[in-house]
Design a protein around this ligand. Structure first.
Ligand SMILES: Cc1cc2nc3c(=O)[nH]c(=O)nc-3n(C[C@H](O)[C@H](O)[C@H](O)COP(=O)(O)OP(=O)(O)OC[C@H]3O[C@@H](n4cnc5c(N)ncnc54)[C@H](O)[C@@H]3O)c2cc1C
Length: 375
């Protein structure tokens, strides 16, 4: 039997693998994609779809800002079901101390070319009347946006296919071999380069890498158009997202184009079950009610969980894997993989084609963490 041969074989058709597939195909590379389940059905389907510039570190900022500008440029081409909505983010301060953090955050963004506007108590109330009275203010970052990520993943795969990419689906990669991959039906695929974009499953394929599951809960409500108008995130979210304790919750609510409200978010390490944990869900809703007292008037229609792929230093792994010939990683994006999928795809293609990237690649290279797990 003749084996398929590709320039690049991508394992995983979540938003990261799908973005890599379309970027590679656009460069004229022959591309194969193997997906075990539904396109965009992993963490991509579980996430909030907030396209957000973050300032936890210079490296995180560079990749999120780069990606956000790529999303903005692409937005006119996205099909309606991707639901791109430039609603902006308001980082909500809960007290005077957080209001000081708002000023610092604004300086960080503006000094790097990201528009950001401080809202005082009155401006915040006018922008979001359902927030509790008496909050001191917040920071509006108007260029942040929201999408429905599973449809974006499907769109990227269709774009790649229109340029000749082949989808092997549903098929599980069971082994990475020096010349390609083996599949669960016993067949093999030969490829010049292999890209592991398997999200939280990446460590199963490459047991030497450390990508840890970090569970999150979300709740979606019935339709209440205009209940909130921006993605609202408490400033304390950063503490929750970046704490290394096993459990945390933070207030985070998003208006969907459908008029529904999507409520997050929780973070839990070391959980394997996808079942809803009612204790942490209760904490998450109680936290949100501290910011939006009449939240309880909305009716929730679905609750679910998903797993983020967390790395030890909270930055993704993008680039060649030390110790392997032509094996690349595009994984470990934790809670920012929808935002950073487009930047990841650009950096990855640049490395495959040995070109210089528009932003420095060193902070994301797997070589920063791994020397030679294979040898
Ligand atoms: C609750 C929650 C909220 C989030 N909110 C946001 C947000 O607002 N903004 C943001 O930017 N990010 C957010 N994220 C993070 C984001 O969802 C992820 O970082 C992103 O979806 C990761 O995409 P991925 O393609 O790497 O992984 P996945 O979407 O998990 O895709 C991996 C794919 O690989 C396939 N696969 C695995 N193993 C194999 C194999 N052996 N063979 C073949 N196929 C295989 C899987 O079936 C899967 O489809 C959130 C995540 C969660 C859980």
């Amino acid at each position: 039997m003749k084996l398929p041969v590709y320039d690049v074989l991508i394992i995983g058709a979540g938003i990261v693998g799908a973005a890599c597939a379309t970027a590679c195909a656009a460069e004229g590379l022959s591309v194969g994609v193997v997906e075990a389940e539904i396109i965009g059905g992993g963490a991509t389907a579980a996430g909030m779809g907030h396209l957000v510039v973050m300032d936890d570190s210079e490296a995180q900022f560079a990749l999120t800002r780069y990606s956000q500008t790529l999303w903005q440029r692409l937005s006119a081409e996205l099909p309606p079901d991707v639901e791109y909505e430039g609603c902006g983010t308001i980082w909500v301060a809960a007290d005077a101390e957080e209001m000081r953090a708002v000023t610092e955050k604004r300086y960080f963004y503006e000094s790097r070319g990201v528009p950001a506007e401080i809202l005082d108590a009155r401006a915040l109330h006018e922008a979001e009347p359902n927030l509790r009275a008496g909050l001191p203010g917040g920071l509006l970052v108007p260029q942040d946006a929201v999408i429905y990520a599973p449809c974006a993943a499907r769109f990227f795969i269709e774009q790649a296919q229109s340029r000749g990419a082949q989808l092997h689906h549903p098929r599980v990669v069971t082994e990475i071999a020096p010349d390609g991959v083996r599949l669960d039906d016993g067949t093999s695929i030969v490829a010049q380069s292999i890209v592991v974009a398997a999200g939280t499953w990446s460590a199963k394929l490459l047991p030497g890498i450390e990508v840890r599951k970090r569970e999150g809960h979300l709740v979606i409500t019935d339709r209440y158009p205009g209940f909130v108008r921006h993605q609202l995130v408490e400033l304390g979210y950063l503490r929750s997202a970046h704490s290394l304790t096993s459990e945390s919750v933070a207030f985070n609510i998003q208006p969907r184009k459908t008029g529904q409200m999507l409520l997050g978010s929780s973070r839990q390490f070391d959980k394997d079950s996808t079942a809803v944990d009612h204790a942490i869900l209760g904490r998450m809703i109680a936290r949100a009610e501290e910011f939006i007292p009449n939240l309880g008037c909305l009716s929730a229609i679905r609750t679910w969980t998903g797993f983020r792929a967390a790395t030890p230093d909270k930055l993704p792994l993008i680039g060649p894997m030390p110790g392997y010939e032509n094996l690349f990683l595009a994984t470990g994006h934790e809670g920012l993989g929808i935002t950073t999928s487009l930047g990841t795809a650009r950096l990855l293609v640049d490395q495959l084609l040995q070109r210089t990237s528009e932003i420095p690649t060193a902070p994301y290279l797997p070589g920063r963490v791994y020397e030679n797990v294979h040898a």
